[in-house]
Design a binder for this molecule. Structure first.
Ligand SMILES: [Zn+2]
Length: 234
């Protein structure tokens, strides 16, 4: 076999191996992105749950303050009731006391409702916290595995690229440029042997005279149909 053909085939073998390794690396990416998305969603859900707890805590504090104020007022009303002597004033004071008592009872009922909701919201926030922690621990393990796989392929890839550079150095420069140009558009290969009387890639037949020259001199020709490099296998 002609040495140009031999060097190009060696180069192509390296490029195919490199292509496979790059594909293996690329195949790891979707899962990493998927984990990023799932993590962001879990963080967002936890944030939302915590914001809901905070809002409810605010409402709880506000109502507690209001109840404390109303209790003071109520106590003042009762004290006033003790000090009034005349019937007319006593009736008014009494109705004031009654009204305040009713308001207080309503507010305390509302406070209980808020407390119940708050307990539920806190429970939900804790559930989201646990889910996030679980997800993170699961992702940590998975990212570690992916990281190891990636490091292994990266190592192989580096050594393969060194070998590739050595193989490329043995190829005639003009031929190498042609080969590299074809490889940028054809991932399935740049140099093919003739298959019978035809291009081994696209099956277009090659004139006999041209084939004879290729066989006799070991020349490399470009297929006019698909653009790959062709050689006559001996
Ligand atoms: Zn062809």
């Amino acid at each position: 076999m002609h040495s140009d053909v031999e060097s190009l085939l060696a180069l192509q073998t390296e490029d195919q191996a490199i292509g496979e390794m790059e594909a293996r690396l690329a195949a790891l990416e979707p899962r990493l992105r998927e984990m990023d998305v799932a993590h962001a969603a879990a963080v967002e859900a936890l944030d939302r749950a915590r914001r809901a707890v905070q809002a409810e805590e605010g409402a709880h504090r506000e109502l507690q303050t209001r109840i404390a104020q109303h209790k003071l007022l109520h106590e003042r009303n009762i004290a006033q009731l003790d000090s009034v002597r005349r019937m007319k004033e006593a009736t008014a004071a009494m109705s004031q006391v009654e009204q305040a008592r009713r308001i207080l009872a309503e507010e305390e009922g509302a406070l209980q409702g808020i407390s119940r909701r708050l307990a539920e919201l806190r429970g939900a926030a804790e559930t989201h916290e646990r889910a996030l922690a679980e997800l993170e621990s699961q992702h940590r393990a998975e990212r570690e595995t992916i990281g190891e796989a990636r490091a292994e392929v990266d190592g192989q890839l580096a050594s393969r690229r060194t070998t590739r550079a050595g193989s490329a150095a043995k190829v005639d420069r003009v031929l190498l440029q042609k080969y590299d140009r074809i490889r940028t558009v054809r991932r399935d290969g740049a140099i093919f042997p003739l298959r019978g009387p035809s291009c081994g890639h696209c099956d277009t037949s090659v004139p006999m005279q041209r084939r004879n020259v290729m066989a006799a001199r070991g020349t490399i020709e470009v297929c006019e149909t698909c653009g790959v490099l062709m050689y006559a296998a001996t």
